[in-house]
Write a protein that binds this ligand. Structure first.
Ligand code: 5CA
Length: 448
């Protein structure tokens, strides 16, 4: 992409309505524009990051054997009356009447609809286990939408639902999700700590939230600092292996880590004092096991091996896809702007031409641009007729992890400069070597 043709409405001023850094930077970098309270348009740069996050979620779900599908955002109230949640959900649910006066709603989550699909089409224990998910817009009429996309009213969520014959199978589905979520967040450059949580309006016994530590987080969290030493890494995992998934769950959830809703001061006291931490965190996902709550309410049964109907055991799992864009920025920025982790960056590298119009500099930039593109990388070429300082400031603000700077002086010696956004360290090298380096850097981030 050439910056001269790209729609990147960066703001010079810091928007006064934004209280936290991710919101400020998303507005300043031209990623989003507020449409109304808690509702945003995603401009091209923001939309690109949203898509990257979505792609990672899809790739990791596929590895775990979960199937993508799509359900409507507008749903009939009928099913929600059947489950009893039409009234229970309260004012957070946006209720709508259609032209015939029928009660409709904008989906805040989709347990009812998925259970309805299940009961219509699945009849036998032989069809289990089954895990379906979607990535779809949700609406919750939050009392206090704030912090930009972090607590929106309209937000983009991955929501998944598992159906199993027995409690043991459903717990395996729970463990499988925990493992695949750990991997998903790590690919986004995040450490998300699973913490024992409260199930809220979804209901159920077992639930973990995934929290990214950040001062601006809305949740107060209590944990043993040893949990921050854990990393999933690139270990091989077989999602059908019940013992292996249970082992990972144990490894990542045994040490004390809880949100304020489930915090137990006496238990926390047992953590060695020097390892006790009280901090704040951003909830980027949650997994639930709720047994037969929805299958009982909606009559979702299968025929067991003895021919008798059995209610299915269910769980649901959510990832805050749009919230993650803000959470990643909270975790990764400096005073000059965003620093995208390689896994989610909107463009792989920026190309800055220090002397637009100079035949040699223009030629070298064009050559870099085509070579990177041919190798499947996406460069953003700042080909505007602007001062170098302004070009650097834009690149720093939008946070591309790597920048190649091209100028007549370097070219005389056959070199360009490769700069890391994170460390600020620059290295001179021939253009071919810069290309090679970028290919190496991004190799682990391709297609999972
Ligand atoms: N049905 C279940 C799992 S699919 C469910 O709705 N879970 S949830 O309520 O925990 O939401 C899943 C994730 O969506 C949360 O962990 C959070 O990251 C994100 N989320 C929830 N509310 C908002 C909001 N108002 N704005 C942005 N993201 C949100």
């Amino acid at each position: 992409m050439r910056l001269s043709r790209y729609f990147l409405p960066v703001l010079k001023e810091t928007p006064s309505e934004a209280q936290i850094v991710s919101h400020r930077l998303m507005l300043r970098a031209g990623m989003i524009k507020q449409a109304s309270a808690g509702i945003y348009s995603w401009l091209p740069l923001g939309f690109k990051v949203l898509r990257k996050i979505e792609d990672i979620v899809h790739q990791e779900q596929a590895k775990a054997g979960h199937m993508p599908m799509l359900m409507p955002t507008i749903q009939s109230a009928e099913l929600w009356r059947e489950s009893g949640r039409y009234d229970d959900y309260g004012e957070e649910m946006l209720r709508i009447k259609d032209r015939h006066g029928r009660d409709m709603l904008f989906t805040p989550t989709a347990e009812e609809l998925i259970t309805d699909i299940f009961r219509a089409h699945v009849g036998s224990y032989k069809d289990l286990p089954l895990t379906l998910y979607q990535i779809q817009w949700k609406f919750r009429d939050e009392v206090r939408p704030r912090f930009g996309v972090m607590r929106g009213r309209e937000f983009y969520m991955k929501d998944g639902y598992n159906f199993d014959l027995t409690k043991e199978d459903a717990l395996h589905a729970y463990n499988r999700h925990l493992v695949s979520y750990l991997r998903t967040y790590e690919r986004m450059g995040l450490q998300a700590i699973p913490m024992r949580a409260d199930s809220g309006p979804i209901g159920g016994d077992d639930t973990h939230e995934f929290l990214v530590l950040a001062e601006t987080g809305e949740s107060e969290v209590f944990y043993d600092s040893a949990v921050t030493d854990l990393s999933f890494g690139d270990r091989a995992i077989d999602y059908d292996d019940v013992a292996q998934c249970a082992g990972v769950l144990e490894e990542f959830t045994t040490k004390y880590a809880r949100t304020d809703e489930t915090h137990d001061a006496a238990l926390f006291e047992q953590v060695p004092e020097e390892r006790r931490r009280v901090a704040r965190g951003i909830e980027v996902g949650q997994i639930f096991y709720f047994g037969t709550k929805y299958s009982d309410a909606l009559g979702a049964t299968v025929q067991g091996s003895d021919g008798k109907p059995v209610p299915v055991h269910m769980g649901s799992h959510g990832i805050g896809v749009s919230r993650l864009v803000g959470a990643i920025i909270e975790a990764s920025h400096d005073e000059n702007g965003i620093i995208w982790p390689e896994g989610v960056t909107p463009f792989h590298a920026g190309i800055v031409n220090l002397k637009q119009g100079d035949a040699e500099a223009d030629g070298a930039c064009e050559a870099l641009y085509s070579a990177l593109t041919a190798l499947g990388l996406e460069p953003l070429y700042d080909d505007r007729n602007e001062r170098a300082g302004g070009k650097f400031a834009t690149m720093d603000l939008i946070g591309l992890p790597w920048r190649i700077t091209v100028g007549p002086r370097g070219l005389k010696n056959g070199v360009v400069e490769l700069t890391s956004r994170r460390t600020g360290v620059s290295e001179e090298m021939p253009p071919e070597q810069a290309i090679e380096r970028l290919v190496e850097i991004y190799a682990p981030h391709r297609g999972g």
